[in-house]
Design a protein around this ligand. Structure first.
Ligand SMILES: [Mn+2]
Length: 261
């Protein structure tokens, strides 16, 4: 399989440091997808979790090495910290190993659209009213991820495909829908305030491209559950790509067939 070259790749919410972080899938994605601009939009490393319970594996090292290698070989890499990696926010304005750390960034697409890049936790005080509600929300989310992993362990054993509990909750629970709606409204206000054409963010783990009037909202999803990233081609077209277990199996099966043939 050929490596696909994109103009830009946008990734957020990898949550390195939690067991459920699907870095293996992400490494597979990065193996077959390359870019001129790489944007890491926050919650890349989960400092909250690491501080409480240190968990680190070889995949996490490989991911960091891959990013460093890209930065060294000419890819423009930006790291915009989120709330779980807010410790890095102290270094906004600096660069490390060619990786530029910024609070926000405006990306101009190939077709000249201005996109505001940020993580999205900046809207928590509007959407949630307080930091402790955000923390409880994060905790509940952690439990649902944990439960989801157990559930999917048994589903795999039974030969069933991956099923997302949080995806189900997001579409079925009214409060979750209202929360997402509030978040998108806050994004729209911010787009207008910054005189941009759209926003690219993460934080709420809800992969989506949506038109809000004449503005566009792009949410990157995450690498805990949805395994999604956004890519921009050389005409400026933006698309969310899902690189989950199912997709990887399809690719690997195809490669296997090619090898046999
Ligand atoms: Mn976040």
């Amino acid at each position: 399989m050929q490596i696909k070259k994109h103009r830009s790749i946008f990734i957020s919410d990898i949550h390195i440091g939690i067991r459920a972080s699907k870095v293996k899938e992400l490494l597979h994605f990065l193996k077959y997808n390359d870019c001129d601009h790489l944007y890491l939009l926050g919650d890349i490393i989960d400092g909250w979790r690491l501080k409480k319970n240190w968990f680190w594996n070889q995949d996490f090292n490989t991911f960091i090495q891959k990013v460093l290698k890209k930065a060294r070989s000419g890819t423009k890499v930006y790291y915009i910290p989120g709330n779980h990696d807010e410790i890095i926010a102290d270094y906004c304005g600096f660069s490390f190993a060619n990786i530029k750390i910024r609070k926000h960034r405006i990306h101009t697409t190939a077709d000249n659209k201005k996109l505001l890049l940020m993580h999205g936790h900046e809207f928590d005080n509007i959407v949630l009213n307080s930091k402790w509600i955000a923390k409880i929300g994060a905790k509940l989310y952690d439990y649902s991820v944990w439960f989801n992993n157990i559930l999917n362990f048994f589903r795999r054993r039974l030969g069933l495909s991956y099923w997302s509990l949080s995806g189900y909750l997001k579409t079925r629970v009214k409060d979750a829908q209202r929360f997402i709606q509030n978040f998108e409204n806050a994004c729209l206000e911010r787009i207008k305030k910054n005189k941009c054409d759209g926003i690219v963010c993460g934080h709420i783990h809800d992969p989506k491209i949506k038109l809000l009037g004449d503005k566009t909202y792009h949410n990157l999803g995450d690498w805990v559950d949805s395994c999604s990233a956004m890519v921009e081609d050389y005409t400026g077209k933006l698309e969310i790509i899902f690189w989950n277990e199912k997709k990887i199996n399809q690719i690997e099966d195809k490669l296997q067939e090619e090898r046999v043939a």
